[in-house]
Write a protein that binds this ligand. Structure first.
Ligand code: DLL
Length: 475
């Protein structure tokens, strides 16, 4: 009996040990899983903490820059000093980035009223270059750059070029004009700083541009998107072989580049292109640029520009991600340091980190301006709406023109739509049906009738620079 009991005990102990073993193993496993989780959580915590530190550091740097900038502007620019005194704001009121809201807005009229040098903050012998923007009416707007401004500008351009994949040694052919326009020289200096070879062809003479691409082995083209599209057309007519040309990248900007237009240029030229944004009053190109991850957005150079998005009517901030007017304060401009410049460009901004790894906030590419809105018989119409509708219609080219008048006492909108050769027909009825179909589509979205006129292929004038889509005879 004793030995049976001993045998049973031994069996039970074995089982017990086995269970304990299994339990311990499970426990150990669980603990190690938990350990791994904890480790992962710890490293995530460290990553988030490092990102937060980086953010705090960059915000801190921006605050210091803003404080310094406002103090300098107050001291050196009479217009701002008077304006801030009038508003009861002093530089010491600026302690956080949010305090920027206390500062006065600046718009084109201020630059016009103080033309030419009224807003300059340094003696003219410290200015090494002038640029100007003609605008649509009245006096031009002139801006001046110091040595340091030119340095910062070149850095911003080199940055946007690298975002597009441009590298030192690339051969960059300039199709912007080298005049007072900021596009030509701005990109020229920045690309040289990056170590690229500049081919300063300048604007116009498309056939010569095509010849130069082949002769010099151009790898990067700098142009407005509409001119790039024109180059496609001319190239195709002349039998230029885009597919085997040396061209790899397009750096575009200066005017809206709708996604479909960009896709079309990329497809026809066999290149990758980015669309880059900027404006003369705050620097020129280089304010924001597109990376290759989020193709419809542009990273703002936040270390040099403080951005706000405001309701264009009230000037009040709108929540993140909501469309409004972009307002920019350059943080380290010396020559002409404007505060809270109202761009009139409508966009929204997101601050979440981009897949490309860059942490600078991204603005949605600008498609419309608040001052470009047409009011036709009480209905608001943006040219970008017309563009979007036309881009969805087969047989229509991206070239169009809107003409508005009030000759009869009633607003009239005529939309000239250029068609592709494939859409041409000998039958009047067929062409008229096509025209009416376009007019119906436009009316369905814009809620206002327009007269559509079909224009033969190539019939709408091409521009070497920015394309003017609207002629408003009422102004
Ligand atoms: O166009 C600066 C520039 C030159 C940017 C070349 C990029 C490349 P402005 O002549 O002063 O300066 O015109 C500025 O053009 O307020 C926008 O309305 C429009 N704009 C500029 N770039 C873009 C873009 C230069 N990428 C005005 N997308 C701005 C949409 C743009 N609009």
């Amino acid at each position: 009996i004793r030995s049976v009991i001993q045998y049973c005990n031994a069996q039970m102990m074995d089982k017990l040990y086995t269970w304990q073993g299994v339990n311990n193993a499970l426990l150990r496993d669980r603990l190690s899983m938990r350990g791994a989780e904890l480790l992962a959580a710890e490293s995530e915590k460290n990553r988030v903490a490092a990102e937060a530190d980086e953010l705090i550091e960059s915000v801190d740097e921006d605050i210091q820059k803003l404080k310094k900038q406002v103090a300098m502007v107050y001291e050196k620019v009479e217009w701002y000093r008077n304006k801030m005194d009038e508003m009861g704001v002093s530089p010491s009121d600026i302690q956080t980035l949010d305090d920027v809201k206390k500062l006065p807005f600046t718009d084109k009229t201020v630059l016009r009223d103080t033309f030419p040098y009224g807003l300059f903050a340094v003696p003219l012998d410290e200015i090494i270059e002038l640029h100007a923007s003609s605008g649509t009416t009245g006096k031009p707007i002139v801006v001046g750059y110091t040595h340091r401004d030119m340095d910062v500008w070149s850095d911003c351009i080199a940055r946007l070029a690298m975002m597009a994949g441009v590298k030192p040694g690339d051969r960059c052919q300039m199709a912007f004009g080298y005049g007072m326009f900021t596009g030509g020289f701005g990109l020229h200096y920045g690309l040289q700083k990056l170590g690229c070879m500049m081919i300063p062809a300048g604007s116009g003479n498309t056939e010569r541009h095509l010849q130069m691409i082949n002769d010099y082995g151009t790898t990067v083209l700098i142009a407005t998107p509409s001119y790039a599209l024109h180059m496609c057309e001319v190239g195709e007519k002349k039998g230029f072989d885009w597919a085997s040309s040396s061209l790899r990248i397009g750096l575009f900007g200066g005017e809206p580049c709708p996604p479909k237009m960009k896709e079309e240029i990329e497809r026809r030229m066999h290149i990758t292109c980015t669309d880059n944004y900027g404006l003369t009053e705050v620097m020129g190109p280089g304010v924001s640029g597109e990376c290759l991850c989020s193709r419809d957005m542009q990273h703002i150079a936040e270390d040099h520009f403080l951005w706000e998005v405001v309701n264009p009517e009230t000037g009040e901030p709108v929540p993140e991600g909501e469309e409004g007017e972009l307002v920019i304060t350059p943080l380290d401009k010396e020559g002409i340091p404007v505060l809270r410049y109202r761009t009139h460009d409508l966009t929204y901004v997101v601050t979440e980190k981009c897949e490309c790894g860059r942490s600078h906030a991204r603005m949605k590419k600008v498609r419309k301006r608040s001052d470009e809105m047409l009011i036709i018989r009480g209905t608001n119409v943006f040219p970008s709406q017309v563009e979007d509708i036309l881009s969805g219609i087969k047989g229509v080219t991206p070239f169009y023109r809107i003409e508005v008048d009030n000759e009869t006492g009633l607003d009239r909108m005529k939309i000239k739509v250029e068609i592709e050769p494939s859409a041409l027909s000998d039958s009047y009825e067929e062409m008229d049906r096509f025209r009416k179909m376009i007019a119906t589509k436009l009316k369905e979205t814009m809620l206002v009738a327009s007269e559509v006129q079909l224009i033969e292929p190539g019939g709408i004038e091409r521009s070497f620079g920015k394309t003017k889509h609207v002629i408003d005879h009422r102004k």
